[in-house]
Ligand binder design. Structure first.
Ligand SMILES: [Zn+2]
Length: 46
């Protein structure tokens, strides 16, 4: 389980980052920040 924060509505989302398909359940935004940078993978730099 990985914590993400939506960059659009700032909703905290706990999801499994399967295939890196990370979508906010609240606003359906597709860019979320990883809260815990344990495994540095793809992170959208804004
Ligand atoms: Zn959102």
């Amino acid at each position: 389980m990985t914590g993400y924060v939506c960059v659009n509505c700032e909703e905290e989302v706990d999801i499994e980052p399967i295939d890196e398909k990370v979508i906010c359940p609240k606003c359906s935004h597709r860019v979320l920040f990883k809260k815990r940078p344990e495994t540095p993978s793809k992170v959208e730099a804004v």
